[in-house]
Design a protein around this ligand. Structure first.
Ligand code: 5GP
Ligand code: MN
Length: 334
């Protein structure tokens, strides 16, 4: 920790980035450390390749996060990666980030590849925001309400409101301290778990409608095509929390949500794609959740993805029939 604090103190122009398709911890840890370092007069740039989900846009400083290309990586002398189990999780900017002379990797995923020049990887931490809190304290940076709001939100969302197995004592003690720094829990909850838009409710309806259960009753599976997102005017980030329905079904050990990604094959005006027959391969993201007994992080890793033992994911280029068949085959060993 001290070595990393020294590296940060020596940095002059710092790029902070967190994983694409961000969740609350990705946005929270990025903003918390960014605002903290800025209060120490560092020149910082905050980067996330994806659009920040609407539910996290209330966080102080969120407008500072840029998604544009990193125009000149040569101008940075330090990169800090947050909540990324591998550098590729930063998205296509990974190539530019690699050019920055020194890289610090701060993360809590057990599958982290230790890609940094310095690695602060703490799998026991409930969230990357917990590690950022410890670092801020170590560096004696004053805690403000703005920083505290991001740390609180990161921990709240990554622990599923203190329900998931990563919920540890620190989750409570840090959040208690963040409240004493001025965080309003009901204000945060109103945003993070706020009312569903009608469009999002319709998307949930599609997801629930698509539920399939494996023959042995241990795997549940939901599917969302691009077409459904288009029809309901929603985005992949709107599926946040949907998998809890599939996981909470009695006797289910693993729940999966298969989402069709933006396809590199251009759409035709009638909404179909050239070669979109059953044999046509397209990119899909598969999110996995476990009931706590199965290590879905290991499953995701075997498909080139990663994550935690109870929440993980991977991207696969294939067709829907094939992906379902792979998952159902896998369910036989659960
Ligand atoms: P989600 O299913 O909500 O996208 O992600 C659940 C967890 O798995 C998160 O911690 C996320 O960072 C991780 N994860 C999801 N997809 C991938 C992936 O394609 N690669 C890796 N390495 N991690 C992933
Ligand atoms: Mn996280």
């Amino acid at each position: 920790m001290e070595r990393i604090a020294q590296q940060i103190k020596a940095g002059r122009k710092i790029l902070l980035a967190s994983h694409m398709d961000p969740d609350g911890d990705s946005v929270g840890s990025l903003l918390a450390l960014g605002l903290a370092l800025e209060s120490g007069c560092k020149k910082i740039t905050l980067f996330n390749e994806s659009t920040i989900p609407a539910v996290y846009r209330f966080l102080p400083g969120v407008e500072r996060i840029t998604s544009g290309p990193i125009d000149d990586s040569a101008k940075f002398d330090l990169a800090i990666l947050l909540d990324c189990s591998s550098l590729e999780r930063a998205g296509s900017a990974a190539l530019d980030i690699r050019q920055i002379p020194f890289m610090i990797n701060i993360d809590h995923h057990a599958t982290n590849t230790r890609f940094g020049d310095e690695n602060l990887v703490v799998p026991e931490a409930c969230a990357s925001s917990e590690i950022v809190y410890t670092l801020i304290k170590h560096m004696n940076i004053p805690m403000t309400r703005e920083i505290a709001t991001s740390i609180y939100t990161g921990i709240l969302s990554d622990t599923g409101s203190f329900r998931f197995s990563n919920t540890n004592e620190n989750a409570f003690s840090i959040c208690r301290e963040m409240v004493s720094c001025g965080v309003d829990p009901s204000f945060v909850a109103q945003h993070v778990y706020g009312p569903f838009s009608l469009d999002r409710l319709k998307l949930l309806n599609h997801a629930l409608d698509s539920l399939e259960i494996s023959g042995n009753g241990k795997l549940s599976l939901m599917t969302l095509s691009r077409n459904v997102f288009k029809k309901t005017n929603t985005r992949p980030e709107d599926t946040d929390g949907f998998l809890n329905y599939a996981r909470n079904i009695k006797d289910i050990k693993v729940a999966a949500l298969i989402q069709e990604q933006e396809s590199p094959i251009p759409e035709q005006s009638n909404g179909t794609r050239n070669g979109s027959g059953p044999g046509c391969e397209r990119p899909f993201h598969v999110s996995l959740r476990s009931n706590g007994w199965v290590d879905v992080g290991a499953i995701a890793l075997s498909f080139g993805g990663g994550g935690h033992s109870s929440a993980a994911g991977f991207t696969i280029t294939s067709n829907l029939k094939e992906i379902k068949s792979i998952l159902f085959k896998l369910s036989e060993n659960l």
